[in-house]
Design a protein around this ligand. Structure first.
Ligand SMILES: Cc1cc2nc3c(=O)[nH]c(=O)nc-3n(C[C@H](O)[C@H](O)[C@H](O)COP(=O)(O)OP(=O)(O)OC[C@H]3O[C@@H](n4cnc5c(N)ncnc54)[C@H](O)[C@@H]3O)c2cc1C
Length: 294
């Protein structure tokens, strides 16, 4: 628990700030202990002020958005968790600009309602615009990099805000420059077309395992060796530790069966990594961001 003077200073500075806020509430896995300090950033000024507060008080901070690609520790986070809550959407001609905190599904609906097509392949893609840009998220053959025009970034060190075109982001499979820097995505602009919505046959979302998860837990080591197939061939599908299970539908999904701890999940992650290494000499790398104490 953080010291009481600091807690008072925090709640006085940020009346919407919360102390010891359970992080399980804010992620799709529904796992994780309390954040010492927690606050939503509904505008850029608050975001900057929260970062300054963290720095001035030597607190680590973690930026959270839709929580669909994170695993929080059972002990929570000893620092400040900032939930990006920037929510504006604007449409101009065939481009849509959405703030980082906008849920992708909401942006899709807004585009469709305005007669714009281009996002349909993302049906069922969880998370927000900021999370999608950072991880070059995508599904059904459409990645963020394919339709991103530009994004606005905040440098948390200098407070400088700058706009960058797609090339800047160095996009790769579930990767971007932002993953390896501490820059913060504030909004992003996507290129669409006027027209009738595209019909997507059998969208991936309907074939994915049901239940509480963070999507694919590991990156695919290569297109020939998807992580799910390696885990399956290693005989681990359906393996259960505590209340977490490697899905019996898809080897790359770890499911919280109800009441799982982050330790249950991390033990399954270690098991998958060691077994796949032993059997196939392939290293699995987490796609999900693991936050908090190890
Ligand atoms: C059931 C399920 C299915 C999924 N299927 C897919 C799929 O098909 N394809 C796919 O690509 N992903 C998939 N995912 C993973 C997830 O949807 C994506 O990774 C998504 O883009 C994460 O966005 P988020 O807003 O939830 O990010 P969060 O989980 O909140 O954060 C993820 C990381 O991004 C950072 N971050 C968040 N916002 C910002 C910002 N504004 N600026 C800088 N950094 C930021 C966070 O600090 C964190 O490190 C799936 C997840 C689930 C639960």
């Amino acid at each position: 628990m953080a010291n009481e003077n600091l807690q008072t200073k925090f709640t006085q500075t940020f009346p919407e700030g919360l102390i010891d806020e359970p992080l399980a509430k804010y992620c799709t896995l529904k796992v994780g202990g309390p954040a010492d300090f927690f606050c939503k950033a509904k505008d850029i000024e608050t975001l900057k002020n929260l970062i300054s507060f963290a720095k001035e008080n030597s607190l680590p901070y973690f930026l959270l958005s839709g929580g669909s690609n994170v695993l929080f520790d059972d002990k929570g986070f000893r620092g400040l968790t900032i939930k990006i809550d920037l929510k504006n959407i604007e449409i101009k001609d065939e481009e849509i600009t959405a703030d980082a905190g906008v849920i992708v599904a909401l942006m899709m609906n807004k585009a469709l309602a305005s007669g714009l097509t281009g996002f349909e392949k993302w049906l069922g893609l969880p998370g927000t615009v900021g999370g999608a840009v950072r991880g070059n998220a995508g599904c059904n053959g459409l990645e963020t990099k394919d339709i991103l025009v530009k994004a606005t970034l905040l440098n948390p060190e200098t407070g400088e805000i700058h706009e960058e075109k797609t090339e800047y982001f160095g996009f790769d499979y579930r990767d971007s420059k932002i993953k390896h820097s501490n820059e913060i995505i504030l909004n992003a602009t996507f290129r669409l077309k006027k027209g009738a919505p595209e019909k997507i046959e059998n969208p991936r979302v309907f074939t994915q395992p049901k239940g509480l998860s963070a999507g694919s837990f590991f990156k695919n080591p290569s297109p020939e060796n998807p992580a799910g197939a390696l885990i399956d061939k290693a005989g681990l599908k359906g393996t259960r530790i505590g209340n977490a299970q490697i899905s019996d539908v898809h080897g790359n999904f770890i499911i919280n069966l109800g009441g799982a701890t982050s330790k249950d999940i991390k033990d399954l992650v270690s098991l998958a990594k060691t077994t796949v290494k032993e059997k196939f000499n392939i290293n699995l790398e987490e796609e999900v961001k693991i936050v908090g104490e190890k």
